[in-house]
Design a protein around this ligand. Structure first.
Ligand code: PAF
Length: 272
């Protein structure tokens, strides 16, 4: 495995490769990332993982400076998972002064996560577009936990005619049900206990749907009850293309939750 910091060097290594799987990350790798890497390893000849805490997707006052940076551990995870190249650029390697920018779509990019973190998706799409152009993979792997991110990347790939296959990978949960996230490490013991209301609320939602309930407002209200101890940003049920719906469409809907537990913001969802 090689750690590469320069775009030109990575391009040299990948020049003649026609089976490249790419896993973009911000580091602080956990088993959720490992699932993406394992899938990429199984489906491609060469696997590239990028580790880059992207400043443009953090808003003023968010956790950019305290975001966990655990490179030694991440390198070991990658090595043991059979990664071929870690791409570890500096900010100056991938960003330019007065550069052009990509804007998230006006509606789908500014609801839910986009509403609570205005501008976040502009920065996220900007870096993902750059990374896809640098690596030029055949397959790129993204977790379903960031469901709106995934949908916007799929939209970008379609509308900018990028030649890459986006592979969505299921959420990985701890044994207690909490979805794995690099931000879980900010939680104290008692905050972690309280955070378990999140997967429980999703379970309540999915059980209601399984028992025949289809009204999104009825389901959302029951979930809000289960989350009342937490500071709720939103509970929503949308179509998988993030259009609003009043009635759940089985096989084409997502239940989404975003809450704050103490100072930590957590998101989770379930595809139904
Ligand atoms: O999901 C993430 O970790 C980031 O948003 C991504 C896709 C690596 C872009 O910085």
């Amino acid at each position: 495995m090689e750690v590469i910091t320069r775009v030109a060097d990575l391009r040299n290594r990948l020049d003649k490769e026609s089976s490249v799987g790419f896993v973009p990350t911000m580091g602080a790798l956990h088993n959720g990332h490992k699932a993406l890497i394992d899938r990429a390893r199984a489906e491609n000849r060469v696997v590239v993982v990028s580790i880059f805490v992207n400043p443009t997707q953090f808003l003023e006052g968010e956790d950019f400076s305290k975001y966990p940076r655990t490179f030694d551990k991440d390198r070991e995870v990658c090595r043991l998972s059979g990664v071929d190249y870690i791409f570890l650029p500096d900010v100056d390697e991938v960003y330019f002064s007065d550069e052009l920018s990509i804007l998230a779509p006006k509606e789908r990019g500014f609801t839910l996560e986009g509403f609570h973190r205005i501008g976040h998706f502009n920065g996220m799409l900007q870096i993902v577009l750059k990374l896809l152009n640098i690596v030029q993979p055949q397959n790129a792997y993204f977790g379903k936990k960031d469901a709106q991110q995934l949908a916007l990347i799929q939209q970008m790939v379609k509308e900018l005619f990028l030649r890459v296959n986006i592979v969505p990978v299921d959420i990985i949960r701890d044994r207690d049900g909490l979805a794995l996230s690099s931000r879980n490490r900010y939680l104290s013991h008692s905050e972690r206990d309280r955070a378990l209301a999140i997967p429980k609320s999703l379970e309540i939602g999915s059980k209601l749907i399984m028992s025949g309930e289809r009204s999104t407002s009825v389901i959302i209200n029951r979930m809000l009850n289960a989350l009342q101890e937490l500071d709720i940003d939103y509970v929503e049920i949308v179509r998988r293309d993030f259009q609003n719906i009043e009635s759940v469409e089985i096989g084409n809907s997502i239940i989404l939750v975003a809450v704050r537990v103490g100072n930590t913001r957590l998101i989770d969802n379930m595809f139904v």
